[in-house]
Design a protein around this ligand. Structure first.
Ligand code: GLY
Length: 397
């Protein structure tokens, strides 16, 4: 497997468009399999992971109708301990991976009814979670408001620091020989209906045997991608706050605390280094990444209802990012109808959680040409026009 470079072209076995955590893990795993691999991104290690809180919440983020996605989420959660250990061993970097568990709480009767339904769904799905009354919730997390009426203790939902994860993946890629092209991909190059590389914004042509489009919410915007394989990915804005817990207040929270307050998700994710991440809004506003007074206000208001003491903490950062939403909230993984073009995108709310399994799935696809069993349902072909036509004709009259 070879990579040749001239001043104007670079030829790889695998060229990954997008250097967020999904693109990076794909590149790392591809390079480990012996493929000459390159990543094109002006700022590798950036993207949505720079904003994300890093919850690994397969159980507490379960939704009706997403049982298929649950299987992939659980498969990735199971991989996390070994994945994190391997990445730390290869790079010497701490990822802030904490097996700390999560407590999802309810503040009023409506929230409690919602949590009871979630608990029933978790039980039907064979997942571990325990119903606690308000007093037991406060025994676990003494900073919780006296008004907390009950909650679900989920000891299997953990967290990782996505910024550290991204830095470590960049380092792991470098160590594995991945080449970084620090520029934008401007257009997919297609010759005789086969993807053969990309034209970069600096005018360079980057040739490749296979191109993996892993550009998060931007994945649907790469020029040159044939219309029928362009991923139906849209940006879903999330505003997130970072506060700092001064040593005199520690331990402020031990585990992730979350709730649905007046229909909006709010979560507080405490890190060992004193950072407390509060997220997140969910807004369908296109490419807007403005941090708004309203967004910050609502997050602080809801978080304050859960944990009144947070208003004492320094607010150190406010940011907005774009989740790559897909029509069924699940990722698009693997080959497309365009030869040579693969997708690893559309991870929506689960990009950090799905990083380990995505790396393994993409390495398997690149090596064998086939999706492994765990990812069969996530083929991009489920959105192709032929698939849509077939599902339409299956509708009862
Ligand atoms: N998974 C958390 C979020 O997307 O806000």
């Amino acid at each position: 497997m070879s990579r040749t470079r001239t001043s104007e072209t670079c030829t790889s076995d695998v060229l990954v468009v997008g250097g967020g955590i999904i693109g990076l893990v794909t590149a790392w795993r591809a390079a480990q399999r012996g493929f000459a691999t390159a990543v094109v991104d002006p700022e590798p290690g950036g993207g949505a992971a720079r904003v994300a809180a890093g919850m690994l919440a397969a159980v507490t983020e379960l939704h009706y109708g997403e049982q298929t996605l649950l299987g992939l989420n659980l498969a990735s959660a199971r991989r996390y301990p070994d994945f994190a250990a391997e990445l730390t061993e290869v790079t010497g970097l701490d990822l802030g991976y904490r097996q700390c568990g999560t407590l999802a709480v309810a503040l009023d009767a409506d929230d409690r009814a919602h949590l009871r339904e979630l608990h029933a769904l978790q039980q039907q799905s064979g997942l571990e979670s325990e119903w606690l009354n308000g007093r037991d919730c406060r025994r676990l997390e003494p900073m919780l408001a006296p008004g907390v009426r009950g909650g679900l203790r989920v000891d299997g939902d953990h967290q990782i620091d996505p910024r550290r994860l991204a830095r470590a993946l960049v380092a792991a890629c470098e160590r594995a020989g991945v080449v970084f092209h620090r520029t934008w991909a401007e257009r997919l190059s297609v010759v005789r209906e086969r993807a053969v590389g990309i034209r970069a914004a600096d005018g360079t042509d980057l040739a490749a045997e296979r191109v993996v489009l892993a550009a998060g919410s931007l994945s649907g915007r790469l020029a040159g991608v044939p219309d029928d394989v362009l991923p139906p990915v849209r940006p879903v804005k999330g505003q997130v706050l970072r506060l700092t817990v001064p040593k005199r207040y520690a331990p402020f929270l031990y585990r992730t605390v979350r709730a649905v307050v007046r229909g909006s998700h709010v979560y507080l994710v405490p890190r060992e280094n004193g950072e407390l991440v509060v997220g997140a809004t969910s807004e369908e506003l296109g490419w807007d990444t403005t941090v708004t007074a309203g967004g910050v206000y609502e997050l602080l208001r809801d978080a304050h209802e859960l944990v009144p003491g947070i208003t004492e903490l320094p607010l150190t950062e406010t940011r907005a990012g774009l989740r790559p939403g897909s029509p069924d909230n699940a990722p698009l993984l693997g080959p497309t109808e365009c030869d040579g073009l693969l997708l690893a995108t559309g991870h929506y709310r689960n990009g950090v959680l799905l990083t380990p399994v995505t790396g393994d799935v993409m390495a398997h696809v690149l090596t064998t040409g086939e999706l492994p069993e765990v990812a069969r349902d996530f083929t991009p072909r489920r959105f192709s026009s032929a698939a849509s036509l077939a599902s339409l004709t299956e509708q009862p009259a």
